[in-house]
Design a protein around this ligand. Structure first.
Ligand code: GTP
Ligand code: ZN
Length: 450
């Protein structure tokens, strides 16, 4: 049964989008709603044969944080303004501002509790469920009653939510079309937008799969979801390793020329891995030889912290990692290394932290990972050179190894991955493998730890 919505006040409201008729209602639950409308009375007078097109209508759910405070966690504020602009442009229609809908009907305080759970990793649906609420507790009877009062029996609905359309139909309002409002995906809202699409049946424009993965959401299907979804979904510490080598197992020629063993697609893959981890680790000799930057350039995404394991302190002071300032760099040197005339680390750029490897230990992989974990860097990519990656693999600390092979034969040079020799094939390492083509190259992903 329709909740009566009583009309209590009628006035006008000049806004940035034009001057609307503003009508106030109270429903039988005590919620006070407003309708901002334009041209509805005019349209009603068109008479038979010249029936006006159904007006543009938005049922806007109250969202204090988005509508009034400009929150970027959701798309509500932008949708409200787009809807008002669309109705103004059409010259005929209404935006119903529905109270009691805050937090999809669970109220402001509960929505903020849900946000706190989302800060801890839950998505918007699971956060509601964890608090004992339905994913969506809104009802639209008051909205239908208000439309009735405004003389609107058929609408072109501004929404990406098919459930709203169905609810209005149930309540006897004809929905002749549904038109979507588009809000730009941003790092802060992409997870929310993706969850609405993937879990709440919204059919707004798709959020870019890579943006979704960067925000921790795994799209339902697609190459990127297949390749990187498991890494994104993996909770807790994660150690990845990656090497690009020739088919005969070299990462550089015998003069150290490493440009370029694998192709552009593999480099893009490497940049995606970098964007998905907290830190990348390289050996000092490799960093000195390649003067690499270890940043994310081929795809959107954050740069990882760069960690150079350099027992001999060979990294030249003018190298990009120590001078470019674009991402934090941790330079781990052996206990005996002197870094200049003065105090260790004197004169280093502010983005560089110098760590002296304590006393007698070798830079053993597990201890390196502990050092990084102490700094909150738990998702780590070990990316070169061959000896360093092999040492991490041999230490049994790598979860997944991405080994790209390029159809090139180098004959002699800097070796890529090396594992301990076995006497028989039966003893050889044969981990679960997945592979895909990256241009001319083959990426093989080996699952070393389940
Ligand atoms: N519980 C909860 N509510 C939220 C969250 N983010 C936004 N909301 C509320 O969701 C409501 C808006 O609903 P949406 O799901 O964004 O969109 P919709 O109204 O279903 O669909 P559209 O018509 O396309 O906008 C507002 O009342 C917001 O307060 C959240 O993370 N948790
Ligand atoms: Zn909102």
């Amino acid at each position: 049964m329709r909740i009566a919505a009583e009309r209590l006040a009628d006035t006008t409201l000049p806004t940035a989008h034009g001057t609307f008729r503003l009508t106030a209602y109270r429903d039988s639950d005590g919620h006070e709603h407003v309708a901002l409308s334009l041209g509805l009375a005019d349209g009603a007078g068109d008479g038979p044969g010249a029936a006006p097109a159904a007006p543009l209508v938005r049922l806007h759910s109250e969202c204090l944080t988005g509508d009034a405070l400009g929150s970027r966690r959701c798309d509500c504020g932008e949708q409200l303004h787009q809807a008002l602009a669309a109705v103004a442009a059409a010259g005929r229609g209404a935006v119903l501002y529905l109270r009691g809908h805050e937090g999809r009907g669970i109220g402001l305080v509960e929505k903020m509790r849900a946000y706190a759970l989302q800060d801890g990793g839950l998505d918007t649906v699971d956060a509601n469920l964890a608090l004992g609420h339905p994913a969506d507790a809104r009802t639209y009877a008051a909205a239908a009653a208000i439309l009735d009062d405004l003389g609107v029996g058929a609408v072109r609905l501004l929404s990406s939510n098919p459930a709203k359309e169905a609810a209005l139909r149930e309540l006897g309002i004809e929905v002749v079309a549904r038109e979507r409002l588009t809000v730009a995906a941003r790092p802060e809202n992409v997870r929310y937008l993706t969850t609405k699409r993937e879990r709440m049946g919204h059919d707004g424009p798709p959020v870019d799969d890579w943006e979704a993965l960067l925000s921790g959401v795994v799209p339902a299907a697609g190459d990127l979801a297949d390749r990187y979804g498991a890494l994104v979904a993996h909770a807790g510490p994660l150690v990845l390793a990656q090497l690009g080598q020739s088919l005969d197992g070299f990462i550089a020629s015998r003069t150290g020329d490493a440009r370029f063993v694998t192709g552009e697609e593999d480099r893009e893959h490497l940049h995606r891995l970098r964007a998905l981890v907290d830190a990348v680790v390289v050996g000092g000799a490799t960093a000195a030889r390649d003067d690499c930057r270890l940043t994310v350039r081929d795809v959107p995404g954050p740069h990882p912290t760069r960690v150079v394991l350099d027992p001999g302190g060979r990294l030249p002071r003018e190298t990009a990692l120590l001078t470019d300032g674009v991402a934090p760099t941790i330079w781990v040197v052996g206990p005996q290394v002197t870094c200049g005339e003065d105090e260790p680390g004197a004169g280093l750029a502010p983005h560089v932290e110098l760590v002296r490897w304590p006393g007698s230990w070798a830079m053993d992989p597990a201890a390196v990972l502990d050092l990084l974990a102490d700094r909150g860097l738990e998702r780590v990519l070990v990316e070169g050179g061959g000896r360093l990656v092999s040492a991490f693999v041999a230490a049994g600390v790598v979860d997944r190894l991405f080994l790209t092979t390029a159809p090139v034969l180098v004959g002699d040079g800097v070796p890529g991955l090396r594992v301990e020799g076995r006497d028989s094939m039966a003893e050889a390492l044969r981990p679960t493998a997945r592979r895909w083509l990256a241009g001319e190259d083959v990426v093989t992903e080996l699952v070393l730890r389940p």
